[in-house]
Design a protein around this ligand. Structure first.
Ligand code: PLP
Length: 397
């Protein structure tokens, strides 16, 4: 018999969300997550994945995954610290350290787990964390798991960060102080001002922590935002994901050998959750080889990005402050934004509406994620749908 209080709670809250138009119905896709996807037997141009380079369905990665699965099995059998660490995990970590130009790397089951793991293992009672107000949910949760004081600063506002860093340091109340930011912000596609953040960190002795989930594979010759700014020597901790441009699943942290040694004995997802499976590790390794040895996919990604962004601007749309392939198309109020996305769907374009409370009221947008795999024809189809739907719904003349 179901608990009455649970079912009452669920019904009330689900109804409330549905009545506010905030409930998300998930449509399963029936094809690989490529530039075109199939939903209920119909094909759509896919502008909603983080599979920037198309590696999630790449033959070379699939072959590596199949081979490793054949040789080592489907599961790694244990947590890393008992006997779930395969030679393959160590090989991947060495490869990632070389790729990122840092001393050491540790992998986790996801980028989300990685943030939870690292923040809570490094920061504690008596410490303080300066966190950009638009940081990713996994950073926010990682911070909540510590007893450190959380001080939010205004999004990419360097004056606000400097003031708060100075106050925190001069108060003498805190031991370690960390500044933590996304490298690339996933809603607007803007890049953190890392040169200034690093300067402020050096002035006030802050630990620098950059979560570069959307920068890896995209910026800095694929090595990410920190490399893009030439700051590899001056950032203490970087987080990356193997789930976006790398096309597999998993997360990793880069830093000093001592940091990694500490995380191996003190970070809970490493100690208490089973290691990544061999197939995923081998596929990720193949992806890093591809990123290191060929810029072809990245070149294609940026060509497609420019084509889509220029096209939308020519049609009269605002795409906000993006500096990366993340392409929000600003629509406005919540209802029109939802309608716009639904109309795109009817025209065979899969691009999601992002509205309040994910972004501020009245700044609804449809977010488009071009990838290296999209063809000109797919992007032209997208632009022509934006043109006709814009006329129909009014956002453009
Ligand atoms: C996607 C994302 C994550 C989570 O990575 P997963 O590997 O999907 O768990 C963490 N941080 C940021 C900034 C992200 O964009």
């Amino acid at each position: 018999m179901a608990s009455h209080s649970l079912s009452a709670f669920l019904q009330k809250n689900l109804e409330e969300l549905k009545s506010q138009g905030l409930y998300n119905t998930i449509q399963p896709i029936e094809s690989p997550n490529g530039p075109m996807i199939t939903i209920e037997g119909r094909e759509y141009v896919n502008l909603s994945s983080n599979n920037y380079l198309g590696l999630a369905n790449d033959e070379r990665l699939k072959e590596a995954a199949v081979r490793a699965t054949h040789d080592f099995g489907t599961g790694s059998g244990a947590v890393r610290s008992i006997n779930g660490t395969l030679a393959l995990h160590v090989e991947l970590e060495e490869k990632l350290a070389q790729f990122k130009g840092t001393e050491a790397v540790l992998t986790y089951q996801s980028g989300f787990n990685c943030n939870i793991a690292v923040i809570s293992a490094v920061m504690g009672d008596g410490d303080a964390i300066l966190s950009d107000e638009l940081n990713h949910a996994s950073i926010i949760d990682g911070c909540r798991l510590t007893k450190a004081k959380i001080i939010r600063f205004k999004h990419s506002d360097m004056e606000d960060l400097r003031t708060k860093a100075k106050e925190a340091r001069e108060s003498g109340q805190y031991g370690k102080i960390m500044v933590i930011t996304d490298g690339v912000f996933s809603m607007d596609g803007d890049i953190a001002n890392l040169p200034e953040i690093v300067k402020i960190a050096e002035d006030y002795d802050l630990i620098t922590y950059v979560d570069d989930a959307h920068g890896s594979g995209v910026l800095g010759d694929g090595a990410g935002t920190v490399k893009h700014f030439g700051l590899s020597e001056r950032v203490d901790i970087q987080i990356g994901t193997l789930s976006k441009a790398v096309g597999v699943v998993g997360g990793y942290v880069t830093g000093s050998r001592d940091l990694v040694d500490w995380l191996k004995v003190r970070s809970r997802p490493f100690l208490f959750s089973t290691a990544l499976p061999p197939g995923s590790v081998a596929a990720a390794m193949t992806a890093i080889d591809i990123l290191q040895n060929s810029k072809e996919l990245q070149t294609k990604l940026w060509e497609n990005t420019r084509y889509l962004q220029d096209g939308l601007k020519k049609l009269g749309y605002s795409i906000g402050p993006t500096e990366t392939p993340i392409t929000p198309c600003m629509i406005g109020d919540e209802v029109t934004t939802q309608q716009f996305s639904t109309r795109l769907y009817e025209e065979g374009i899969y691009a999601k509406a992002i509205v309040f409370p994910t972004v501020p009221k009245g700044t609804g947008r449809v977010r488009n994620m071009p990838t290296a795999m999209h063809t000109r024809e797919m992007l032209d189809r997208t632009l022509s749908a934006y043109e006709s739907i814009g006329r129909e719904l009014g956002p453009i003349g």
